[in-house]
Design a binder for this molecule. Sequence first.
Ligand code: NAD
Ligand code: DAU
Length: 354
Amino acid sequence: MSHNPHHLLVTGAAGFIGANFVHYWLDRYPMTRVIALDALTYAGNRANLTALDDHPGFQFVHGDILDSDLIERLLREERIDTLVHFAAESHVDRSIHGPDAFLKTNIEGTHSLLKAAKKVWLDDQGVEDHRFHHVSTDEVYGTLAAADPPFSESNQYLPNSPYAASKASSDHIVRSYHHTYGLNTTISNCSNNYGPYQFPEKLIPLIIAHCLDGKSLPIYGDGKQIRDWLYVDDHNRGIDLILHNGRIDNTYNIGGNNEWTNIDIVTLICELMDEHHPAGAPHRQLISYVRDRPGHDRRYAINAGKITNELGYAPAETFETGIRKTVQWYLDNEPWWRAIMDGSYREWIEKNYA
Ligand code: NAD
Ligand code: DAU
């Protein structure tokens, strides 16, 4: 059953992927309406959306997904037919230092949205053609050994960090709201994203920023952990396909078929920085091996066969083009990430890398 989103509520819209999604969406579907909701936690940045302030289809709302009165009011008054749920605590390392916020936002927050959607779409108004899309992660599947096949949608959930466990819980609750109440839900589990507007505590922007400042480039453990990297708008392209044609109560894995060890990706970024911003000595001399992340997952890899075969998904960006664009974006937008690196951010760096 296909769906045509007209009025969207996007949660976590001032974060990395949420902001890219809102830009992608309004660029592609300028006649639709997007209510961009964000609590503006440390990870949310209103500046990520200011370029859209004059767009007739765009409205920013500063609010919390735990505020179910607000969510119900927005669903009702804005005649929302599609909720795209990005809001989360998203940083694995922060979940190790302080899991509480992760359980609160990712589990209770998701449930608060589901309750509001059920109330407005099912109990009160009978909005038949609605979608609740939950944005999740490949980390719910746990870790892979070198020779294991990539994660498919039927893999067992074996989350290893408090972050991954909180996302796994939220996936189960979303599923239950379809089976128990008939809410039209879909879920996507995606691999590591990279691109513009990523908060500079995540690996790729952190390495670019440290190269520019001549700071050491921290590699956890032996640096041989493997991630599958996907350009952020290729994630958004997958969500777009699911919103329009995804089957209700289905999960779709999204990935780039692009596995890299951490040390190789950091070395590659160093080479790009040598090219774009020569520093006299090769940037790779800044690489420094530091204490490993506790419980560090060894390898993630995604089998995206389902979304490819069912919905015609294909990433538009190659890693070569995507990583070059990304390095260039951080070079061109230095004031953006420097503004983030304020006092509280520096405290985090001291705590995590102590
Ligand atoms: P992010 O940390 O950059 O952004 C999260 C946003 O959610 C922030 O703007 C924050 O202010 C907002 N938020 C947090 N708590 C909120 C609350 N209670 N109410 C309203 N807003 C709140 O995260 P991201 O990297 O953009 O990830 C977005 C989603 O995608 C998350 O659900 C994450 O689990 C998932 N995901 C991320 C990746 C990745 O590589 N970054 C990969 C797969 C899935
Ligand atoms: O797989 C999807 C997940 O990708 C998302 O669900 C998460 O929200 C997102 O943050 C990301 O999680 P990771 O933990 O994989 O991303 P991060 O950028 O923090 O780290 C990438 C890899 O790099 C990981 O193996 C840890 C390593 N790393 C990270 C940092 C910050 C380092 O070696 N040194 C570092 O300083």
